[in-house]
Design a protein around this ligand. Structure first.
Ligand SMILES: N[C@H](CCC[C@H](N)C(=O)O)C(=O)O
Length: 276
């Protein structure tokens, strides 16, 4: 017989934003529980739950909440736009029209405007050493095939403009660019087709995760890259494999909105690796 007092399960939620899927652990009021081993075990789509990123909510000291992000290979992500939108939707469901969020990338803000939830993902990092790149080159024209753009959003992004995103398989070139020595912390890789000044089609290869149906910080980086290249306005709609996001590069940062969904609430068994 199990001793109920020591059988400590771990509650979590599954959410997705435009098909970018997350396990969310709410650790407000207690110590953080996620370790690289737990992230890897939970991220296994056969033996665990499966996710593109794991987001752990913690108490914010100088903000309403703090958020930590993990990839399914057990590495940390400094930013995750779609998980930030999902968590903001969840926490703002408890009340309020504004939420401040402390992340490794800085202090973010979520706001409801005319019923739509927008998250400010912060200003883009456009200096080579902030992205970070391994050496001083012009981020607007990286010395790689296809003349891509490097942008930091708290995590590194390499935006490759392509003529036909539908015909582009991110798995063909993504891994090679992710591991190119130009990116000392590896990089996320976006393949973007500009359809017009207000619309982009984008597919993504994520560092530490691989192909995902959407990437919020990648969408922000792509909107910034396209505008800096003179291809789009500051506000664009973006079609990803899993749905549409809206991006608006304002004075104080890149704002993003889009769909979110709560899939289920569940508990990990105490015997699951890394729970007890
Ligand atoms: N899906 C996330 C980004 C994850 C980025 C992560 N793969 C990294 O290592 O930077 C988003 O919505 O922004």
């Amino acid at each position: 017989m199990r001793d109920a007092a020591t059988h400590k399960t771990l509650a979590f939620l599954k959410m997705h934003g435009a098909g970018n899927d997350f396990v969310i652990i709410d650790s407000r009021g207690r110590d953080a529980v996620t370790t690289p081993a737990l992230a890897r075990a939970l991220g296994d789509r056969h033996r665990g739950v499966g996710f593109d990123q794991l987001a752990e909510i913690r108490d914010g000291t100088d903000a309403d909440i703090a958020l930590d992000f993990w990839n399914s290979d057990g590495s940390r992500a400094g930013a995750c736009g779609n998980a930030t939108r999902c968590v903001a939707e969840l926490v703002m469901g408890e009340g309020g029209d504004r939420l401040t969020i402390r992340t490794a990338r800085g202090l973010l803000e979520a706001r409801r405007e005319d019923g739509t939830l927008w998250v400010n993902m912060g200003p883009p990092q456009l200096n080579w050493d902030a992205i970070p790149l391994a050496r001083e080159v012009d981020p607007l024209h990286l010395p790689l095939d296809g003349d891509p753009v490097g942008v930091g959003m708290g995590n590194p992004h390499c935006v490759v403009f392509v003529a036909d995103a539908e015909a582009t398989d991110p798995a063909l070139r993504g891994p090679e660019v992710e591991h190119d020595p130009l990116f000392p912390e590896r990089t996320n890789v976006e393949f973007a087709e500009v359809r017009g000044p207000g619309e982009i089609r984008m597919r993504v290869w994520e560092r530490g995760t691989g192909i995902t149906l959407a990437c919020g910080s990648g969408a922000c980086a792509t909107a910034v890259a396209a505008h800096l290249r003179g291809l789009t306005d500051r506000r664009v709609r973006m079609e990803l494999d899993g749905g549409w996001l809206e991006l608006d590069w304002r004075e104080d940062g890149v704002w993003m909105s889009g769909p979110t969904a709560l899939v289920f609430r569940a508990e990990l068994d105490a015997d699951f690796p890394g729970v007890s």
